[in-house]
Design a protein around this ligand. Structure first.
Ligand SMILES: *[C@@H]1O[C@H](CO)[C@@H](O)[C@H](O)[C@H]1NC(C)=O
Ligand SMILES: *[C@@H]1O[C@H](CO)[C@@H](O)[C@H](O)[C@H]1NC(C)=O
Ligand SMILES: [Zn+2]
Ligand SMILES: [Zn+2]
Length: 611
């Protein structure tokens, strides 16, 4: 497949608008109002005539064009059941679909990472990310229950093509299951895969292969992912973290609530199981893989790329996992009529956003960009046609590539060099600090250690006494990981408005604008989901129908489990729908929230479970 080049040509900015912006900027600096209506009034009547004539002409032409297009469309609609496809034509024949999710990556993440890359690799200003060359459109991310989505509702929009509530794992606002593109692909004969850097039971991967009422039901998600699912096993390849939800609660490193050994059960179901770098390497880049494959390389998250790169012998990178998954799936479908569907997530861009850690984030985005390039390379070289679509579920952190540090009017700048000097994440530094403090109670030694840790891990040599005190105060309302992240962010003059998500539109990328033509421009996130199913010619609503009429009991959700929904039997396998204060539809309204007492930061961040 030839890769298509620049999908959106840059538009020259209008001179007038830049003049106006300059005027407004001056006004901000000087406190003067702008005078937009300058110029002479000579010839007003004449120009008015010209304007009216031009308007009439344009309107007439527009009416004719609309009439012709309408007639054309009506006649096409009669000969095709579905909407016509654009430039590339409706895809036919054997094909592959790779869907990439950059969890929590907003537009500013790209700006920040691009500048970081240029600085650290000595590149000119027009050397951009691979992603930058493949931007196609933007996605509106709100959920059914909020203008700011979470990853669960975000991924449900992709997997099912429907809006649902924050926390929903491929269930609708009425707590009924919706069929997913991965399930439909599997039942249509495609091979399927999920590759992530967080827990494989976390919201994004969960939404493709399981259904539960709340994302926190990760034990049940794990069960469904290995095939305890109304449709049977639908995933052929699993790679990521989250091993703890597959191990019995009697084992070290388990986070399951029960004694079920899902690894043993998966093996009984035919899965080949690998759990470390040695196992990963035994796949030999995918030529030696045996499907179904369960690869769980970390108890919870695979470390941030900034920390992983010094533990490359322990954890595979996202790019390595992506390449191996692609090779495995293309091998497995070599002689079949159908290709494969693969979802690859850069999961921890979001975590770096939650942690407000710009140094961790730029390295996560670069790792994702490499995986994106690897998929493009695969598509170019593979004989089966295919498309790569990539987007984010939402932005995280309210990231800003500027920050005002003082009362004085700020300089216009930020410093990528500060991020370049960090060699580890704030999360890593906080763990190191905690380890040290728990073994060394002496204050002077603690302070010396903290200063050397700041230098070694974060490249910071000018910590203030106040910053050190805050890191060492066991009663500080701000956890050390947040203090570390803030120390880097301030020095780099990078701003954050929240430790949670934000509502800004996110980017849509594709391997080719011809194939992904319907996603050009600004879209609802559900249209991304609709495209995925459409590209593979899948009928996801038929899967929804099957799920909604299935009588299914899973071991953990039957009537004896104490699950409220189990009482009437229907959909008991989705788990209890009555979480704390779960709004499923309609937006909340203002009720003086700003007056609410500040909770303890850290305890409330929910890091590690809810993103
Ligand atoms: C482990 O799971 C069993 C149920 O399978 C439960 O009875 C037991 O209390 C659990 N033990 C722990 C330590 O959570
Ligand atoms: C990065 O570290 C070097 C050496 O420690 C230091 O000289 C330089 O000022 C640092 N740069 C920034 C932007 O902090
Ligand atoms: Zn997310
Ligand atoms: Zn998140």
């Amino acid at each position: 497949m030839p890769r298509e080049e620049p999908l959106l040509a840059p538009r020259p900015s209008s001179e007038q608008s830049s003049i106006r912006n300059a005027e407004e900027e001056d006004a901000l600096l000087t406190g003067e109002r702008t005078h937009r209506s300058g110029g002479s009034h000579r010839g007003w009547g004449f120009w008015r005539q010209v304007g009216l004539f031009a308007w009439a002409l344009i309107a007439t032409v527009a009416v004719i064009v609309i009439a012709v297009v309408y007639q054309h469309e009506t006649s096409r609609a009669q000969s095709h059941e579905k909407e016509p496809w654009g430039p590339g034509g409706r895809p036919t024949g054997k094909r592959n679909l790779i869907f990439m999710v950059s969890d929590g990556m907003g537009p500013t993440s790209l700006t920040m990472t691009r500048s970081f890359k240029q600085l650290t690799q000595g590149l000119p200003a027009d050397e951009v990310l691979m992603l930058d060359k493949h931007i196609l459109g933007t996605s509106r991310t709100r959920s059914s229950s909020s203008l700011v989505t979470d990853s669960a509702a975000g991924a449900t929009a992709f997997s099912c093509g429907f809006k649902s509530y924050n926390g929903a794992i491929s269930v609708l606002p009425d707590h009924s299951p919706c069929g997913t593109v991965l399930e439909a692909a599997s039942l249509a004969g495609y091979k399927t895969g999920l590759v992530v850097t967080t827990r494989i039971t976390d919201a994004t991967p969960a939404c493709f292969a399981s259904h539960v009422n709340l994302r926190q039901y990760e034990d049940q998600i794990a069960e469904q992912e290995i095939g305890e699912h109304p449709l049977g096993r639908v995933v052929d390849l699993i790679m990521g973290g989250g091993r703890c939800h597959f191990l019995p609660n009697t084992t070290d490193g388990s986070c399951r609530a029960d004694e079920r050994d899902l690894v043993a059960i998966a093996k009984e179901k035919g899965f080949s199981y690998i759990s470390d770098r040695k196992g990963f390497d035994s796949l030999n880049g995918g030529t030696e893989s045996r499907l179904p494959l369960l690869g769980l390389f970390a108890e919870k998250d695979i470390p941030y790329e900034i920390d992983r790169r010094t533990q490359n012998d322990v954890y595979p990178s996202l790019e390595e996992m992506a390449r191996t998954a692609l090779k495995t799936l293309s091998h497995a479908t070599e002689n079949s009529e159908q290709g494969f569907f693969l979802m690859i997530e850069g999961s921890r861009i979001d975590h770096a956003g939650h942690g407000n850690d710009p140094a961790a984030q730029v390295n996560e985005v670069l790792a994702y960009d490499k995986a994106f390039a690897a998929v493009l390379e695969f598509l170019e070289e593979d004989s089966t046609p295919g498309v790569l679509v990539a987007t984010s579920d939402h932005e995280t952190g309210g990231l800003a590539a500027a920050r005002q540090l003082h009362d004085a009017y700020p300089d216009y700048l930020w410093y990528p060099g500060v991020l370049a000097n960090a060699s580890h994440s704030s999360e890593y530094a906080a763990n190191e600090l905690q380890d040290y403090l728990s073994q060394n109670p002496e204050k002077p030694a603690q302070e010396t250690y903290t200063r050397s840790l700041l230098k070694k891990a974060l490249g910071i040599e000018d910590a203030t006494q106040q910053e050190i005190d805050s890191l060492l105060d066991p009663n500080s309302p701000i956890i050390p990981a947040y203090v570390f992240a803030d120390m880097i962010s301030r020095r780099a003059q990078i701003g954050w408005s929240t430790h949670g998500h934000s509502g800004v539109d996110v980017n849509i990328y594709a391997s080719s604008s011809k194939d992904a033509w319907p996603l050009q421009g600004n879209h609802e996130n559900t249209e991304v989901g609709a495209f995925l199913a459409d590209y593979l010619g899948l009928d996801v609503s038929a899967i929804t129908n099957r799920l909604q009429h299935s009588e299914y009991w899973s071991a953990a959700s039957g009537p004896e489990s104490g699950n409220v929904a189990a009482e009437d039997g229907k959909f008991s396998w989705l788990g209890n729908p009555f979480g704390d204060d779960v709004r499923t539809d309609g937006l909340d309204t203002y009720h003086g929230d700003f007056k609410r007492k500040r909770g303890l930061v850290g305890d409330e961040c929910g890091c590690g479970s809810v993103h």
